[in-house]
Design a binder for this molecule. Structure first.
Ligand code: SF4
Length: 365
């Protein structure tokens, strides 16, 4: 009965990928049993990462104002989503937010910038920020700043950038359905430029944009081929005003199977539960820690998410450990077990759960 799951685990523990047939079964098979599948994916997760959970904080240092037309993105030129648009934040603001992330225990601080890609001058500015954050905090620094060429990547590598995020987002054959202003090969070229300059590539996907199981499996194998050590798995957040809306496929089980697939095809990678975690996994969220070993706290680019207190409690209640940065004292700043909604600064971002539950709905703590 469990032979197929045991075979998946053994292959992953040996660093081998499943067959394409098995990969398609993991994602789409009618007779897949979820808990044995998560157990199989947990084997390589535990081998490479134990029970540790890496905690990432995203900082959207520039929001909106993007000339690209990625259909899933509320910052794109074609989106009418009600987001707050702003040019690059001040250096002081970005460094203060890095300080807050480090104090909250984050092991990685990811600065994200909307736009097609940075100029050389902006690459130098970002390099200065990377250097300063790394001088002040024992925290890993990542950037997600659009398309890059080798010249930009070299500037950032010399500053000590740890990782560059640039998601493939979907398969090559499906890419034209979500974006027309740049193509899939542009994204692969950015990852190759980063890698060539010694920067770790970080690249993942968005599930729930009308892709097929074959598309998701293709991304999993392409990330393996590109030897990408960090894989964020996003579940499409349906934001009003975006051209690409939910395809209705995202049940908690489908999300968990997509995470298990990424783990089984990329056994040693840091598999991250990314955007849409809270709204799509809901009560099954803790189960995602079996295939995945990292997540974001304090929200996403333009949507809210659970804060440290809620997330750390979920991690610990599920029997996992928060792998904070070396300087973190294990305390979670400012929040007890219960908190009041509507704190300062929260009204700026749409609340995915309210959106999913419809206008006027609020979330009871
Ligand atoms: S994903 Fe990036 S490049 Fe695409 S529209 Fe959004 S900000 Fe622009």
């Amino acid at each position: 009965m469990f032979e197929r799951y045991e075979r998946l685990a053994e292959r992953a523990l040996a660093g081998e990928a499943p067959s394409e047939q098995d990969a398609l079964w993991v994602l789409g098979g009618d007779d897949v049993a979820l808990l044995p599948l998560l157990h199989a994916a947990f084997a390589p997760r535990e081998k490479h990462w134990g029970r540790a959970v890496q905690v990432h904080v995203l900082n959207n240092v520039q929001n909106g104002l993007c000339p690209e037309d990625c259909g899933y993105c509320s910052q794109s030129r074609d989106s009418s989503a009600a987001i707050r648009k702003y040019p690059m934040k001040s250096e002081d603001e970005i460094l203060a937010e890095a300080e807050a992330a480090a104090r909250a225990g984050a092991s990685r601080y990811c600065m994200v910038m909307s736009g097609r890609g940075p100029t050389v001058a902006t690459a130098h500015k970002l390099a200065g920020l990377v250097r300063t954050v790394k001088e002040r905090h024992r925290i890993e620094v990542c950037l997600s700043v659009g398309l890059l060429e080798e010249e930009h990547a070299r500037i950032l590598a010399e500053a000590g950038l740890d990782r560059l995020n640039h998601n493939l987002n979907t398969s090559a054959s499906h890419y034209g359905e979500i974006c027309s202003t740049h193509d899939y090969d542009d994204r692969v070229a950015t990852l190759r430029a980063a890698k060539k300059c010694g920067i770790e590539p970080c690249s993942g996907l968005i599930v729930g944009m009308g892709e097929t199981a074959e598309d998701v499996v293709e991304v999993a194998f392409r990330l393996r081929e590109l030897e990408v050590p960090s894989i964020p798995v996003n579940f499409l957040i349906p934001i009003g005003g975006n051209p690409v809306q939910s395809d209705g496929s995202l049940t908690p089980e489908r999300c968990l199977r997509a995470l298990a697939l990424m783990r089984l095809v990329n056994p040693a990678a840091e598999v991250r539960i990314a955007g849409g975690r809270e709204g799509h996994l809901r009560a099954l969220g803790p189960l995602a820690l079996y295939p995945a070993n990292s997540l974001f706290v304090e929200g996403y680019l333009t949507t809210r998410g659970d804060d440290e207190a809620e997330t750390y409690r979920m991690i610990r209640d599920a029997g996992f450990e928060v792998a904070g940065n070396p300087d973190w004292d294990g305390n979670v700043p400012g929040r007890g077990d219960f908190r009041l909604r509507g704190g300062e600064g929260e009204i700026l971002k749409p609340d995915i759960r309210a959106e999913q539950r419809g206008p006027g709905a609020t979330r009871a703590d």
